[in-house]
Design a protein around this ligand. Structure first.
Ligand SMILES: Nc1ncnc2c1ncn2[C@@H]1O[C@H](COP(=O)(O)OP(=O)(O)O)[C@@H](O)[C@H]1O
Ligand SMILES: [Mg+2]
Length: 210
């Protein structure tokens, strides 16, 4: 197996499962935590992530297939998604492709939200572009939530990653995303979400003087 990513909480290894290329996501013991507590946290998060991957798939978005989940060893084995991170694709693609991908992105995020799922860490590094479809990964911080505020927080993170990494096309890209979002949630919900988003952004701006 080959280590492909070392995160703060988990290592990602590329290996195989029943003859298929597979990603092994293993949550590592963290030495600064009490051992029994650490074990419980890793086991809980592993199961939680697997459940949320499953829920997102039921909501109609593409996620890796789960091959094997073992909470005791804090291991998820899942389908390897052959593709490129959305972050990289957006940096290199011509504007019309950026727009169509972001529209797609908006539709998929709306599908999760409509099903009462907040992704929780929805950056363009946690979306893989496979052919022309988007595959969502990294559900460790996901929650079951139908709250407007939680959905707006997802959109805010997307907006921030677009501004940070793709500033040239950020506003066009985010506009396309909202167009796609509206297709699934309708105009009234989009407007309410946008108002909540502005409110959250306002809060951030004045946080220092409070
Ligand atoms: N199923 C997968 N198929 C292909 N690459 C993956 C898969 N899961 C994770 N990766 C790669 O590993 C990176 C880290 O995985 P992720 O689940 O986001 O871990 P973390 O929680 O540490 O951010 C991703 O950005 C992606 O590049
Ligand atoms: Mg990630």
């Amino acid at each position: 197996m080959k280590l492909i990513y070392r995160g703060a909480e988990a290592d990602l290894l590329l290996g195989a499962w029943a003859g298929e290329k597979a990603i092994h996501k293993v949550r590592k013991p963290l030495p600064y935590r009490l051992e029994a507590l650490d074990r419980a946290i890793r086991s809980h998060r592993t199961l939680h992530e697997a459940n949320m991957i499953h829920s997102a798939r039921s909501a109609g978005v593409r996620t890796p297939y789960l091959y094997f989940v073992n909470p005791t060893s804090a291991l998820i084995v899942m389908e390897y998604i052959e593709g490129e991170r959305m972050k990289t694709v957006l940096e290199l693609a011509p504007d019309d492709i950026v727009i169509s991908l972001c529209r797609r992105f908006g539709e998929d995020v709306a599908a999760m939200h409509t099903a009462g799922i907040m992704h929780g860490d929805i950056t363009t590094s946690n979306v893989i572009v496979r052919d022309s479809e988007l595959v969502f990964i990294d559900f460790g911080l996901s929650l079951h939530s139908a709250k407007l505020e939680d959905h707006a927080v997802d959109l805010r993170l997307i907006k921030e990653t677009l501004n940070g990494a793709h500033s040239r096309i950020a506003s066009v890209a985010f506009g396309a995303l909202l167009d796609g979002y509206k297709v699934k949630v309708g105009e009234a919900r989009l407007d309410a979400t946008k108002r909540k988003l502005s409110e959250i952004e306002g809060r951030g701006r004045y946080a220092k003087v409070e």
